[in-house]
Design a protein around this ligand. Structure first.
Ligand SMILES: Nc1ncnc2c1ncn2[C@@H]1O[C@H](COP(=O)(O)OP(=O)(O)OP(=O)(O)O)[C@@H](O)[C@H]1O
Length: 278
């Protein structure tokens, strides 16, 4: 490889990737490079395979075809600096694990030792990560007793505490109010700007993060498009992807999609006839 080609390696490299369950192909022929510091939004209706793509990058899901590389190695490899915010699941309200313990789990397996200095450093990093999401006031309480939004902010802290070079986020804004949606989006954006962390952000709603998004990967019915928001989020491209007429309107810096619910988002019961969708 020439010197010019070997200098910068993408944070994520996907080549000819495909994933099928039985006869159902979620996506195939997916080629994608995500650069360090890039913010990629991953959009598409329920069941289009957004979470499965993140799981493939984590090594939790094998591909049916192709390959992926993340943070310079194979998914799931030792010492890969990959942060993950899983899709939110209800936490048992009897769970006694404290917020600080949950966030501390984000450091395990990383390079911080267990000696006195290691423990002190560890504690400081955990406290800083919690402070950054505004969670200091409740971080010592059992997480089962916290609200959904408070739990979610601690998950964000957990994903960032290990100093990731790639951050995989699966609907991280769910159950956050508008103020905290903004705070968490800005925190994730700051992370990629200051630490050059690549961000892959699965979401149904692009508008809360539109100002940060460099490119969009849109998955629908086994097909996909990758490009800048304007290249993908337009009437022509989405109509082609969905196989039905879709109108995309840009209003006040936001993207609104109008289409028949049955053809556009039949498996998204929470979407209305015309509304902002990702
Ligand atoms: N291990 C598996 N075996 C069989 N089917 C699976 C498996 N994992 C996922 N699926 C199916 O693959 C499809 C895609 O799931 P995935 O969670 O990736 O979609 P998604 O785009 O993230 O959806 P949502 O927006 O609802 O979160 C779903 O229909 C799901 O049931």
């Amino acid at each position: 490889m020439s010197a010019a080609l070997s200098t910068v390696r993408p944070a994520v490299r996907v080549r000819g990737a495909g994933l099928a369950f039985g006869s159902r192909t979620l996506w195939s022929g997916l080629d994608l490079d995500v650069e360090q510091g890039e913010f990629l939004a991953i959009l598409g209706p329920n069941g289009s395979g957004k979470s499965s793509l993140l799981k493939a990058l984590l090594g939790m899901q094998s591909l049916s075809a192709g390959s992926v590389e993340i943070a310079g190695g194979r998914p799931g490899g030792a010492n890969r600096k990959v942060g993950y915010i899983p899709q939110q699941r209800a936490i048992d309200d009897g769970l006694t694990l404290r917020g600080v313990d949950l966030v501390g789990l984000g450091l395990d397996g990383h390079r911080w030792g267990t000696g006195v200095f290691g423990l002190r450093d560890r504690r400081r990093r955990v406290a800083e990560a919690i402070e950054a999401v505004g969670g200091t006031a409740y971080a010592k309480q059992p997480i089962g007793r916290l609200s959904g939004g408070e739990q979610q902010r601690l998950r964000v802290a957990q994903s960032l505490v290990g100093d990731p070079s790639v951050l995989l986020c699966d609907e991280p804004l769910l159950s956050l109010d508008l103020a905290h949606q903004r705070a968490v989006s800005e925190l994730i954006d700051r992370r990629r700007r200051t630490a050059d962390t690549a961000v892959l952000f699965v979401t149904h709603e692009i508008n809360p993060v539109l100002q940060f998004v460099d490119r969009v990967l849109y998955l629908v019915n086994g097909s996909f498009r990758v490009g800048k928001p304007d290249e993908v989020m337009n009437s022509e491209t989405l109509s082609e992807l969905y196989g039905t007429r879709v109108e995309v309107l840009r209003v006040g810096g936001q993207i609104h999609i109008a289409g028949s619910q049955s053809s556009l988002c039949e498996d998204q019961p929470h979407h209305h006839e015309q509304e902002a969708v990702g």
